[in-house]
Design a protein around this ligand. Structure first.
Ligand SMILES: Nc1ncnc2c1ncn2[C@@H]1O[C@H](COP(=O)(O)OP(=O)(O)OP(=O)(O)O)[C@@H](O)[C@H]1O
Length: 356
């Protein structure tokens, strides 16, 4: 069972995945795309799934709405076991799950209004009901004025808003997003993310999204799951995972180890090393921003700042500093002890020769 972050999460699971495996067979070869996945997705939250290309993100998303049949395991949506539903019940269940796609999947020969109306038409709703619902969702996504236009007349962000409106027509309780903003410019991305957040908050819809954009996770997700080679290797509240990623793959995805220091860094002390290079990391609630003076005083010596970064995620500050101290053989334990209420992580990352 994956528990979300350092805090116990009492949210009710909306989707429960247990012992899920997906094995593809193609050209006589087997690909084990999902390996023994256990995951509870809480009601009314936004969960982000990240991983490298081929990690299994799409396979996981596709099994959640029955587009892909798992090889083994269980997926429960509320109390309904998805893996054993017959065709009729699967279609009914799919109406409870909306999906949006990277490339929008709109029909170019139909207007915005007709694109959004299509799922309701296919389900046999009365004309008046269709009219009312399509008008409602187009207004929700701010596109009532584009109802009679064709997809080719819209910007990427507007096309995605049509995709979202279409995904909402059946009043779904879950929205699955497959790289929903990857084809969009930063401004449209921001509009779509705000819209997804609004849908989540105002309609209480549980959202599961896959993305390669860490900014998306940072901005709107409550929880994040990291997949590598078909396995969940790390999971938790976004601020908790992003402030202290434990797995190398998570660190790589977050690009944390990209140092750009103005000198060469040596893992071991060199004969002419003069500076110890230290990384300090902290995560704190915004109202408890650490006092820099208090931190630097611990060193009893000049401290040179080479890199600093502060992120704000879910009302937490995630900060890191890389500093150089003109001393070797520092008493790291004493420093850690003195910083204990301010800094969660103190690490010597190497040694340098003087550059100043
Ligand atoms: N229909 C299929 N037949 C055979 N193998 C498949 C099929 N779909 C996916 N795979 C394989 O399963 C593994 C997981 O693929 P999946 O598409 O789920 O990864 P992903 O993390 O979504 O990657 P990407 O970010 O590139 O979309 C990959 O090795 C892929 O080649």
């Amino acid at each position: 069972m994956v528990s979300f972050g350092s805090q116990v999460d009492f949210a009710i699971p909306h989707i429960q995945i247990q012992a899920l495996n997906k094995i593809y067979s193609s050209h006589g070869e087997e690909v084990h795309a999902l390996k023994d996945i256990h995951l509870d997705i809480p009601q009314g939250k936004i969960l982000g799934i990240i991983g490298k290309s081929g990690a299994g993100k799409s396979s996981l998303l596709r099994t959640l709405n029955g587009l892909e049949q798992p090889s083994s395991g269980s997926i429960k949506i509320d109390q309904d076991e998805l893996t054993t539903l017959d065709h009729t019940h699967l279609i009914k269940l799919r109406q409870r799950i909306g999906m949006i796609f990277q490339h929008f999947n709109l029909m170019s020969a139909k207007t915005v209004w007709e694109n959004v109306a299509l799922p309701l038409k296919v389900s046999g709703y009365a004309k008046s009901d269709i009219q009312a619902r399509v008008d409602e969702v187009l207004s929700l996504v701010g596109l009532s004025h584009k109802a009679e236009q064709y997809p080719s007349q819209l910007s990427g962000g507007q096309k995605q808003r049509v995709g979202i409106a279409r995904a909402l027509v059946h009043h779904p309780e879950i929205l699955l997003c497959d790289e929903a903003t990857s084809a969009l410019d930063p401004e449209s991305t921001s509009v779509i993310l705000s819209l997804l957040k609004k849908i989540n908050k105002e309609l209480g819809i549980t959202i599961v999204l896959i993305t390669h954009e860490m900014q998306v996770i940072r901005e709107i997700c409550d929880q994040v799951v990291v997949i590598e080679h078909g396995e969940i290797v790390e999971a938790g509240q976004v601020w908790s995972v992003f402030s202290n990623p434990k797995q190398p793959i998570t660190q790589e995805l977050l690009n944390l180890e990209q140092l750009d220091l103005p000198f060469e860094l040596y893992q071991q002390q060199q004969i002419d090393s003069t500076h110890t290079i230290i990384k300090l990391k902290y995560q704190r609630e915004i109202k408890h921003t650490p006092d820099l003076n208090q931190i630097l005083n611990v060193f009893d010596t000049p401290v040179y700042l080479y890199q600093s970064h502060v992120d704000t995620i879910q009302q937490h500050l995630i900060g890191s500093l890389i500093v150089g101290v003109p001393q070797l053989n520092l008493d790291l334990e004493r420093i850690k002890q003195q910083l204990t209420t301010l800094i969660q992580h103190v690490e010597v990352i190497g040694y340098a020769r003087p550059t100043h």
